[in-house]
Design a protein around this ligand. Structure first.
Ligand code: ADP
Length: 536
């Protein structure tokens, strides 16, 4: 006969089985929860459900993580909407009203402000759930953090914009250089005429100065489009800073005062002036951004003798340095920001306004010039960037070459001149003929080949533009030299070296004449080439 215990056994087994199933399902749902959390974390996702009857919202761990809300904080739906950027809130309320009315709401971009103040870019999805009677039972939503993606997109956009401006700048600079070439050429010819009165010569000198300023403008256009490698030259720092001052005051605007303070000793450094200007402009742009309510930007220039103790931490050799301090009275930086400012792409500015390339470019340029840059900053007091450049002992090259017309090199050889720009061709021909050469001229490669075939005498030198329609300068040179191996070639170009290289596979160091060139440069180059040929 069965005891009481035995009759109770099947019940107990059934109870245990039921408990086991319960535990198993708990385990599965714990696993699923862990998986969902991991997926949210991986995809930078967050979700919420707002219950229409309890008016309570439930936030997923991912959403709390994105918004920076701790797990124990209870946040109402209204408080949560306040985490959205003020400019986006109205739109979000409108979309919620649409969803509640049963309309489909498309995914939308908006910004949220985290507890620590950082602004995130997110894509939000929202839908309403209705019960069988058609009454609203819940609102379900999900957001995806796309801040990093937006940052990369804006960087790409920026570099595409720079590329487009660079192409435009290159084109404008090319045409502009041709005009400068013609003006400079005629100015040179007037200088040669002994009957020209002194008053006219003074005017011609002014024209030349204006041309020089235009050339600097062209260089700036090209540097802006990053179509130009730096050309370091010896420069006096006070005049470099002085030349940039106008640009700086334009950059900083009216409510920031610009102060230039310089010790009286001139100091010469070796740097590309355009790149130097770029460095100061980048620093001024940052200073302006750090002083939204105005302030002072001070640029101080002096000299400093760096001993081994001061120079070693900066990786500089001991010696005399030109020190430029750029000081603002702006918001300053925390230590962690200061530690990263020279990193490429490091920016604290909102997406679309900062690229994080200003200071890294400045750093690169200064180091290329053998110098160093360092930063020191105090929150709410301001920031000082200190630039150090080795002082060049040699002062050569500073004085503008004074050209005496009697010094122009001359010759009597025959030159084939090929240039598609009529004005440039005409002035170059005049200058060559003035110097005694016989000039055959052609506007393009085909005509030049034809002329060379029909010309019975020697052609000592071919001067050709690099970029020409239909037949490029290098191709023409190859074809002429195939028939006349003794003819030497001078390439001239208005394009920057990199552009020439890219489009014609011509080595940049083979371009001897960069437009606009002076009569002195033209005739010196021609004589050098012809003399070199004679010696071989
Ligand atoms: P961007 O200006 O595009 O952000 P930069 O490389 O020029 O890139 O600057 C990097 C960061 O350094 C800035 O986002 C800013 O946080 C900080 N910074 C640079 N200059 C200053 C300054 N004068 N005052 C305060 N912060 C600055």
């Amino acid at each position: 006969m069965a005891t009481d215990d035995e009759t109770q056994l099947p019940d107990e087994v059934a109870r245990l089985r039921q408990r086991l199933t319960q535990l198993e399902s708990l385990d599965t749902s714990a696993n699923e929860h862990a998986m969902l959390c991991a997926a949210e974390d991986l995809a930078q996702l967050g979700a919420f459900v707002w219950n229409a009857s309890t008016k309570q919202a439930t936030w997923s761990d991912g959403l709390r993580r994105i918004l920076g809300i701790s797990p124990d904080t209870v946040t109402s739906a209204d408080e949560a909407i306040c985490l959205a950027h003020a400019d986006d809130r109205k739109r979000l309320y409108r979309l919620a009203r649409l969803a509640v009315r049963g309309s489909e709401v498309k995914p939308t971009d908006f910004r949220v402000i985290r507890g620590d103040g950082t602004i995130l870019h997110v894509i939000g999805h929202l839908r309403a759930v209705f019960d069988e009677a058609g009454a609203l039972s819940a609102l379900q939503g999900a957001i995806m953090d796309v801040t990093e993606r937006r940052r990369l997109e804006s960087q790409l956009l920026h570099s595409q914009k720079m590329e487009a401006i660079g192409t435009l700048a290159g084109g404008v600079a090319h045409d502009f250089n041709n005009f400068l070439q013609v003006i400079e050429g005629h100015a040179d010819l007037i200088r040669l005429d002994p009957t020209v009165p002194r008053k006219t010569l003074i005017s011609v000198e002014e024209i030349s100065k204006a041309i020089e300023r235009c050339q600097q403008l062209t260089q700036r256009l090209l540097a802006f489009g990053r179509k130009q490698d730096g050309t370091p030259t010896l420069n006096e720092v006070h005049s470099l800073v002085g030349a940039t001052a106008r640009m700086l005051s334009r950059v900083i605007g009216d409510d920031v005062e610009l102060k230039l303070i310089a010790d009286p000793h001139p100091c010469t450094i070796r740097i590309d002036p355009v790149q130097f200007e770029q460095v100061l402009v980048n620093l001024a742009v940052n200073a302006r951004d750090a002083m939204p309510d105005g302030g002072t930007l001070e640029v101080r220039v002096d000299q400093i003798d760096l001993g081994p103790e001061t120079s070693t931490p900066l990786s500089l050799a001991p010696g005399m340095y030109c020190r430029i301090e750029v000081r603002d009275t702006g918001v300053g930086m925390t230590e962690s920001v200061q530690a990263r400012v020279f990193e490429p792409f490091f920016t604290t500015k909102p997406v679309g306004t900062g690229t994080g390339l200003g200071l890294s470019t400045a750093h690169g340029i200064i180091h290329q010039a053998g110098g160093a840059i360092r930063v020191s900053s105090t929150l709410d007091v301001g920031t000082v960037f200190t630039l150090l450049f080795p002082i060049s002992a040699s002062e050569q090259g500073l004085a503008r070459a004074v050209v005496d017309s009697r010094d122009y090199p001359t010759g009597n050889e025959t030159i084939l001149l090929v240039e598609d720009g009529e004005d440039v061709r005409s002035i170059t021909k005049d200058q060559l003929e003035r110097a005694g050469y016989t000039v055959l001229q052609a506007p393009n490669g085909e005509t030049a080949l034809d002329l060379a075939n029909r010309h019975s005498g020697p052609i000592h030198l071919l001067i050709t533009d690099v970029m020409m329609p239909r037949m490029s300068g290098p191709e023409l040179a190859g074809r002429i030299q195939a028939k006349r191996p003794a003819t030497c070639v001078v390439f001239m170009s208005g394009y920057t070296e990199r552009l020439v290289l890219r489009r014609t596979a011509l080595r940049s160091d083979r371009v001897s004449l960069h437009k606009p060139f002076s009569m002195q440069e033209l005739l010196t180059c021609v004589r050098e080439q012809l003399d070199a040929l004679r010696q071989t």
